[in-house]
Design a protein around this ligand. Structure first.
Ligand code: AMP
Ligand code: ZN
Length: 665
């Protein structure tokens, strides 16, 4: 009993801190203290699975995998909004409303129109039970597992909430987090995402909820649907939902007239540029819910609401030159160099043109006058060419056939948008880019060595690949610009220390295209050492969980290149870690290969953690919920009754601790 209370009070406390941090933006304890408390709760829950709670704060980290998202009908349709763009549109709408309501006084609430992915959340007895995408408005996809990982979505409400209701809102990806994700993608040699909105909706459909948990998504809510909620107006709805624990932006206004509405629109058309997330307009709603009901819906949208779209800020300027950048993986990005122009408060000089298709689609040429817009992208975007201003003597753009840095003929693979410079060992930005990636924090994390030093070392002819780092001497490094004895010592010592970095990070550091941090971990675990990985063929590789054709192809290509093999050989001879450590390897077998386990209850001779490790070390998979694909449920004391019923219903064998240990020992 005492443990139960302890667990529940920790959950309550963590919920409150979560709310302060993610909803109110006002944390009251340090991140460290929060993590310690979360760990404490995790340990307790681990020991006492009988007190499982589907809304525990420990479930935010995700882990459940959804192969196919179920289609679910919305209890009430999710409508679109009618758009408007001018004062006239707004007054027309007001007249229509007044005609139906019979010239009585109306109030309007104004909220921002958040630009993300629409979502409908269902709560019963204060607990989140379902999250469904908008889909076609009548039915959407059940993405509950993924939405549960979003920290500002309450799993358990605070107080005085109705027994059952749906709440609707937008899942957004704030600019800062979006920029960070793109930095990482570029580091991994992947193409950056185009904009936050598409990335937010794409995130909801990821199969692995642990990946969703890593994305800095946020959920902003604006509307409740349900009977007996005791709510009379939109304004009251916002206030109540806020009290129940939802994140409801405070930027909203209750207006008495359309003039006041226009003031709000004008104000936020400017100030929206300082908001952390993207908005594309103001949503104006008739405040009284009774009046809303009277107004009803058209075939597509409510008559009681109107979206007033912000004009995307757009300017025109001259495109002086198209240049081409070469990335670490050899990917070429065309860049528009513009006549500097002021746009949404910043001076714009450059814009990405993405790839050859984009150039062809826009039919963009040097010397053209172009329209530039700042939308969700951090980098401004060229929307179109002003053909009326095109000069008679302008020439169509020919995508460069050769690498601007090394002159090698560019290639473009089937189905790829990007051109590549194949000269990976002789093209300067590829060489330095790869070494910079190798030393980066998530790879070898070499202290005392930075990107600029790499460029300097390369320019002086001291290194031409990352293996060369390991032969650098004090004598070579000392004469470099801005190098003192101490910094040279640090550099050499940092390189030496990196020899202890574990295999999976070395593998990530090699910079194989599409082999990011997570994939590197998977490959290290599956192959255990570099020698096995080097001889793997595509069929072997795709047999590894979550390794697809594209990654497999890239790995095979990398090790098919003799130059890469030489470099790896050298790194091996310098003593870098190219296999899993003894500890990682201990007791690894394939006994349970292809089998999937669910663990439930408390065990006598092993802890839950040990049991899970045994499954993984013997090649089995662990999943948190029972499905028809589950091979066995390993049940201890106090197995959850719902799990038991489910396993029995699906005919999944339930085995005891002793039976399980018999399988692996
Ligand atoms: P549209 O997709 O342009 O027809 O606009 C309708 C969408 O706007 C809805 O699906 C909502 O998810 C979204 N939206 C964003 N912010 C709001 C808000 N404050 N009130 C109502 N809808 C909103
Ligand atoms: Zn090149």
């Amino acid at each position: 009993m005492e443990k139960k209370q302890q667990i529940e009070s920790l959950r309550k406390e963590l919920r409150e801190h979560n709310y302060n941090y993610y909803v109110l933006d006002d944390p009251t304890i340090s991140d460290y203290d929060f993590d310690m408390k979360l760990k404490e709760l995790q340990a307790l829950e681990e020991k006492h699975p009988e007190f499982y709670d589907a809304s525990s704060p420990t479930l935010r980290v995700g882990g459940e995998v959804t192969k196919n998202f179920n289609t679910v009908a919305h209890g009430q349709r999710m409508y679109s909004l009618e758009n408007s763009y001018s004062k006239e549109d707004l007054t027309d709408w007001e007249k229509r409303v007044q005609r139906i309501l019979g010239d009585i006084e109306v109030e309007f609430t104004c909220e921002l129109k958040y630009d993300g992915a629409s979502i409908s959340l269902t709560y019963e007895d204060g607990v989140l039970i379902r999250a469904v995408t908008r889909g076609d408005g009548f039915q959407g996809d059940d993405v509950t597992t993924n939405v549960k990982t979003i920290r500002s979505v309450p799993l358990q409400l605070k107080e005085n909430y109705p027994a059952k209701f749906d709440i609707r809102g937008e899942i957004v990806l704030p600019f800062e987090g979006f920029a960070k994700m793109n930095e990482e993608r570029i580091e991994n040699g992947e193409e950056p995402y185009m904009n936050p909105r598409n990335t937010a909706s794409g995130s909801l459909k990821l199969q692995d909820s642990a990946l969703v948990a890593q994305r800095p998504l946020d959920c902003l809510l604006y509307g409740i649907v349900g009977q007996n909620t005791g709510i009379e107006s939109q304004w009251q709805m916002l206030e109540k939902a806020r009290d129940w624990g939802f994140k409801i932006p405070s930027i909203a206004k209750l207006c008495k007239s359309t003039d006041e509405v226009l003031d709000f629109v004008e104000q936020w058309d400017v100030q929206r540029h300082d908001l952390p997330y993207e908005t594309d307009g103001v949503v104006i709603k008739i405040n009284s819910l009774q009046q809303q009901e009277e107004l009803g819906y058209t075939a597509k949208a409510p008559r009681w609401a109107l979206a007033y779209k912000f004009k995307a800020e757009r300017v025109s300027t001259v495109l002086n030159e198209i240049t081409y950048q070469v990335g670490r993986t050899g990917a070429i990005t065309p860049v528009a160099n513009l006549e500097p122009v002021l746009l949404a408060g910043t001076t714009v000089k450059r814009a990405s043109l993405h790839n050859a298709d984009q150039i062809a689609k826009l039919d963009i040429r040097e010397g053209d006058t172009v329209f530039v817009e700042k939308g969700g992208e951090i980098i401004p975007k060229i929307i179109a060419v002003d053909f009326t201003k095109r000069k008679a003597d302008s020439n169509p753009t020919n995508y460069i056939p050769e690498c601007p840095e090394c002159g090698t003929e560019l290639i473009r693979q089937e189905g790829e948008a990007q051109h590549f410079c194949p000269n990976d060992t002789g093209c300067p930005p590829q060489i330095t880019g790869r070494i910079q990636h190798f030393i980066s924090r998530k790879a070898m994390d070499i202290e005392g060595l930075g990107s600029e030093t790499i460029e300097l070392l390369f320019a002086k002819g001291l290194i031409s690949n990352y293996a060369d780092l390991y032969t650098l001497t004090m004598k070579q490094v000392m004469p470099l610009e801005r190098m003192a004895e101490k910094s040279a010592e640090n550099l050499v010592a940092g390189v030496e220390a990196s020899k202890n970095i574990p295999f999976e990070r070395v593998l990530f550091g090699l910079g194989i295209r599409y082999v990011g941090e997570t994939v590197a971990k998977k490959l290290a675990k599956a192959y255990k050492n570099i020698d096995a990985l080097m001889v793997a063929n595509i069929l072997d590789l795709v047999a590894v969980d979550e390794i697809g054709e594209r990654i497999a192809q890239s790995v095979v290509e990398f090790f098919g290149n003799e130059k890469n093999v030489d470099i790896v050989d050298r790194l091996q001879s310098y003593g870098l870690q190219f296999s899993l450590s003894e500890e990682q390897l201990q007791n690894q077998t394939d006994t349970l290969k292809g089998k999937s386990f669910v663990v439930s209850g408390v065990f006598e001779t092993v802890s839950r953690d040990e049991l899970k490790k045994l499954i993984e070390n013997n090649g089995g998979k662990i999943s948190s919920s029972i499905s028809s694909k589950t091979s066995y449920v390993v049940a201890g004391d106090n197995m959850g009754p719902s799990k038991k019923t489910k396993a029995e219903g699906l005919g999944v064998p339930i085995i005891s601790e002793v039976e399980f240990l018999g399988m692996v020992r």
